[in-house]
Design a protein around this ligand. Structure first.
Ligand code: 9MR
Ligand code: 9MR
Ligand code: ZN
Length: 511
């Protein structure tokens, strides 16, 4: 495809820009479903070289009439797309339902078809290095593997809760509803807290299993040691969730607030305990170089939830000390959550966080390339998460300023994920004309069918698996993607890659 569009379409009000590869012609025609040309617009004279292609754009924003269309330029055409009031509704539902499919320790509903399975990973887990057995059942499988890890879990849950708070009107229930689904994960997270407040980093088998269904993985479950990154994320996430459920379930909210307080107490009397896989464990590491951002984020959420002076003082001290030259919404670097949530703090602290968010959005804006995304030279493992995250951050600046440039930049992140990219993929399985369909996802491989509603990790320039090295060596960053189940570094799926896309859609669908 040489004319790239959002394969799910556009709302009438959106800015609509096609990206054209090569010298196709000077005019772009929009044709309706009967093949009649309904609009002709110029192709930009300006061309940009990016990722081994010469790119031009064509703005067809004046097309606002709901309907089905294709774009044409010279001999080339685009995939079909729609103009519709709600082009992303089904996708948003599927992105949330994905979390239901990832449930561990539950019998999946028959509606999940061939992905239904009896409750998995139900046995007690052994604490690493001891004979102690703990109930660590529940939660969501992290990704294409069946590990359950606290650090990425906190990111996923908070993304979802923020999305709901920002725009609950965007959500249509599917197999599940967002508050119930997030609670499924929170109940599991609570089980991973030790009596002294510290939180185990993860529960998994010793190593990754083969391409089997979840209930077929029956090796011993092991709780890996406590880390302060997991404990900090846990404290922040529980404190935030405690506010979220305060009205609907005060008892649950209190349980989480107390757990967050215990986690804080553990942090207060412990130096950083940074996680590395212990001897014999080779599942996901989620290692981190420091826990300053997790401690800051925890202080902010606890200050907002408990309104106690000690938390406010800790938040103030840490906010002034932390490096504010970036604010990512990562799983390792949580400064973005501190910045966004910190905007709710009173007085100068809130203002400092609003400035921090705006500065971050301006930095992102400067980095936007011809495909509309915020990264060009080096795309990390899971780049589609960063792209979704950046869209969310850009949208926060739109909320603060009302300046359309931020909103349009946020929209571009979505358009990239849904088709405006050099390989013309819709990176969400089951959606668009050219969906990603062969993910590194054990149930999909085992069933020989792709589960729907999963966002692929996407292009990654580091050649970090054998399949990528075999097929992608020498490709430019944006084309370093292969829709092959063996390429876990470009085509795995994750709970915390879906979750920021849920948040981005909630933002963009806000009235
Ligand atoms: O399946 C694993 C995936 O979930 C991880 O993201 C990835 C990197 O840690 O590792 C995958 O497992 C591979 C393992 O690391 C090496 N042997 C092949 C496994 C994939 O089948
Ligand atoms: O998403 C993680 C990515 O940022 C790291 O570079 C990568 C290697 O450490 O690990 C990714 O996380 C994987 C985790 O370790 C195991 N479950 C699947 C995750 C996604 O591939
Ligand atoms: Zn399981």
């Amino acid at each position: 495809m040489n004319i790239q569009i959002n394969q799910l379409g556009y709302t009438p009000a959106m800015k609509k820009t096609a990206v054209l590869r090569g010298r196709l012609g000077n005019q772009l025609q929009v044709k309706n479903a009967s093949g009649e040309t309904v609009l002709t617009v110029p192709v930009s004279a300006e061309r940009t070289n990016l990722w081994d292609d010469e790119l031009a754009t064509a703005d067809f924003s004046t097309l606002t009439q709901p309907g089905a269309y294709t774009l044409h330029c010279g001999e080339e055409s685009s995939y079909p797309f729609v103009i519709d009031e709600k082009p992303y509704e089904a996708c948003l539902t599927a992105l949330v339902d994905m979390l239901y499919y990832q449930r561990c320790g539950d019998d999946l509903k028959p509606e999940t078809g061939c992905f239904a399975h009896p409750a998995c990973h139900t046995g007690l887990a052994r604490v690493y290095g001891s004979e102690e057995l703990v109930d660590a059942s529940g939660g969501w499988h992290d990704a294409g593997d069946f590990g359950r890890y606290i650090v990425p879990a906190a990111k996923a849950v908070v993304d979802l809760l923020m999305a709901w708070e920002w725009n609950r009107g965007a959500f249509v229930p599917g197999l599940t509803e967002l508050p119930d689904e997030a609670r499924w994960e929170l109940e599991w997270m609570l089980k991973l807290q030790r009596a002294d407040g510290g939180v185990y980093h993860k529960v998994s088998c010793a190593r990754f299993c083969g391409m089997i269904m979840p209930h077929e993985e029956t090796e011993e479950l092991i709780l890996s040691p406590v880390s302060t990154t997991a404990t900090g994320d846990f404290a922040a996430c529980m404190a935030m969730a405690s506010r979220f459920y305060a009205v609907s379930d005060p008892a649950f909210a209190l349980r989480m607030k107390e757990a967050a307080g215990r986690a804080w107490d553990f942090l207060a009397c412990n130096e950083p305990i940074l996680f590395r896989n212990p001897e014999g464990i080779t599942t996901g590491g989620y290692g981190d170089r420091n826990d300053e951002d997790e401690r800051l984020w925890a202080a902010i959420e606890l200050a907002l939830t408990c309104k106690e002076e000690k938390f406010l003082a800790a938040a103030a001290e840490r906010l002034t000390a932390i490096d504010r030259s970036a604010a990512p919404l990562g799983w390792a670097d949580m400064r973005g959550y501190a910045a966004i949530e910190g905007m709710l703090l009173p007085g100068e602290l809130g203002q400092l966080c609003r400035n921090w968010v705006l500065e971050e959005a301006d930095r992102l804006l400067c980095r936007i390339n011809a495909y509309g995304i915020t990264m060009t030279d080096r795309l990390p493992w899971g780049s589609n998460m960063n792209i979704s995250n950046d869209g969310v951050m850009l949208y926060q600046a739109y909320v603060l300023t009302g300046d359309e440039k931020y909103r349009q930049a946020a929209e571009k992140q979505l358009h990239y994920l849904l088709g405006v990219n050099p390989l013309s993929y819709c990176y969400v399985s089951g959606f668009g004309s050219q969906p990603m369909s062969h993910p590194h996802h054990r149930p999909s491989v085992a069933q020989g069918v792709c589960q729907p509603g999963m966002l692929s990790g996407g292009a990654a320039s580091g050649m970090m698996d054998a399949c990528a090295r075999e097929h992608l060596q020498g490709q430019p960053a944006g084309k370093s993607f292969i829709d092959h189940f063996a390429s876990y570094s470009t085509n795995e799926i994750c709970i915390y890659w879906n979750s920021p896309m849920v948040a981005l859609l909630a933002c963009l669908l806000a009235k």
